[in-house]
Ligand binder design. Structure first.
Ligand SMILES: *Cc1c(COP(=O)(O)O)cnc(C)c1O
Length: 433
């Protein structure tokens, strides 16, 4: 008789993990109010009282800024456009280098390219998966203008040494905190520990407005430049007395009143969401501590973790089971996911960004090698091997789960742990398949 589900045995759990449902009565009510008003967007792309958006957009921004003590919060229609706005606002010019992690969603790096900046990839710390002052420093050149720090999986990067390094070299710091809303680092909220940063509000993130993003900064001038880029800067610069016209070509990155109204209600849920995730993560981490070959997510001193995803380091030499076979066998013990968030284990996270054709062929804007062509004689290497830790995580060690989330309970995590233990204790059967 087979034991493991993947070999034809009985599954550990048949009942689907509850889906993530983050919308409630408050959001419904908020949407109805906006519908009744008839004003689904309050923006005008021209001088006047409405160039900063309608009442819900401004309320959402005020609410976000006040909750965390940011001087400014500026909503945008996605965090990808938010990252582009931040890169433009800090004044990145064609040929400027920006240091970024390769272990992140692709937009952290492409936002740089949209202004002709050149992404230079720094390796990650093997415990936190974030870039660090040590890995960043090796990438600094006379052409470096900024650092894009990503708080990956929801854990705050070690910001103090990074900001100190940046100040020493007169570099700007952007924080991609898409996966870390409401996270603190040594008592400071991430997002504006550097110069500017922000959060994603897409459907998969902790709280969402369908699509959307929120920029935050404590710098008045950067805030103004962001507000301008978001909304047709070219039409507004004279009226806002902007002297530096570089990158003051605007776009339309405006959030709607409907989304902003939903966002206000969602923000009220964020603290509970983080508490819930941290509770499950602590519970799961304690059980992982007793399992050889799986090392629980390590949270660095002074950092908080939002557990957008829960990362684990997998050692196939200890378990005796190849990573992919382990993932498949555990997931076979669990119900098939209908939506991504019901997945048990996944492996590798994203391929190191520099291995994508865009970087391998150095074809970004047009076919002629721009922006790399801005710096003739400078060799930019995106070869395999430039960031060995990222490649090791991607190729061998990293596994992660999206299950440390609301509305799952400890009993759901128990089933997940039982599936893991069952696979590990039936290694011989798995090897015989
Ligand atoms: C989600 C995400 C983004 C992009 O956000 P969108 O709102 O989907 O545009 C950027 N960076 C990271 C790290 C993300 O997780």
């Amino acid at each position: 008789m087979a034991e493991l589900a993947i070999a034809g045995g009985v599954v550990t759990r048949g009942q689907a993990f509850p889906a993530r449902r983050t919308m409630g009565e408050a959001e419904k009510q908020a949407v109805v109010e906006v519908m009744d008003s008839g004003v689904l967007s309050g923006f005008f792309g021209s001088p006047g009282p409405h160039w900063l958006g309608g009442s819900k957009v401004q309320e959402f921004e005020r609410k976000w800024a006040e909750k965390y003590g940011f001087a400014h919060a500026i909503s945008v229609n996605s965090w990808t456009t938010g990252l582009m706005t931040a890169v433009g606002a800090i004044g990145i010019s064609p040929g400027d280098e920006v240091i970024v992690s390769p272990y992140t969603m692709s937009a952290s790096a492409t936002a740089i390219l949209f202004y002709g900046g050149i992404p230079v990839f720094a390796d990650i710390d093997p415990d936190t998966f974030n870039i660090s002052a040590a890995t960043i420093e090796r990438c600094i050149s006379p052409r470096t203008k900024a650092i894009m720090v990503v708080h990956i999986f929801g854990q705050a990067a070690d910001m103090d040494p990074i900001v100190e390094l940046a100040r020493r070299h007169q570099l700007k710091v952007i924080e991609d905190a898409a996966q870390a809303p409401g996270v603190y680092y040594k008592g400071k909220p991430v997002g504006a520990i550097g110069d500017i940063g922000g959060f994603s509000l897409n459907y998969h993130k902790h709280i969402h407005t369908g699509e959307g993003g929120m920029l935050v900064t404590n710098d008045d001038q950067l805030a103004l430049r962001c507000q301008l880029i978001r909304n047709h800067a070219e039409n507004l610069v004279e009226f806002q007395q902007v002297e530096d016209l570089s990158n003051m070509i605007g776009s339309n990155y405006r959030l709607t009143e409907l989304q902003a109204a939903i966002g206000c209600a969602q923000l009220d849920r964020l603290d509970d969401c983080l508490l819930h995730r941290r509770r499950l993560a602590a519970y799961f981490g304690a059980q992982l501590a007793g399992i050889d070959g799986l090392t629980a997510a390590k949270v660095a001193d002074g950092a908080e973790h939002a557990y957008y995803l829960y990362p684990v380091k997998y050692d196939a030499k200890i378990t005796g089971i190849p990573r992919n076979a382990f993932i498949k066998a555990v997931n076979a013990e669990l119900p098939a996911p209908e939506v991504w968030e019901q997945t048990g284990w996944a492996e590798a996270y994203v391929r190191p960004l520099y291995l994508a054709p865009l970087y391998q062929k150095k074809i970004a804007l047009g076919p002629k090698g721009f922006p790399w062509s801005m710096n003739p004689g400078v060799e930019y290497s995106y070869q395999k091997g430039i960031c060995p830790v990222v490649e090791r995580m991607y190729d061998e060690e990293l596994i992660f789960t999206p299950l440390m989330r609301e509305p799952l309970l400890e009993s759901d995590i128990d089933d997940f742990v039982a599936a893991i233990k069952k696979v590990l204790s039936n290694k011989a059967e798995l090897q015989s398949l």
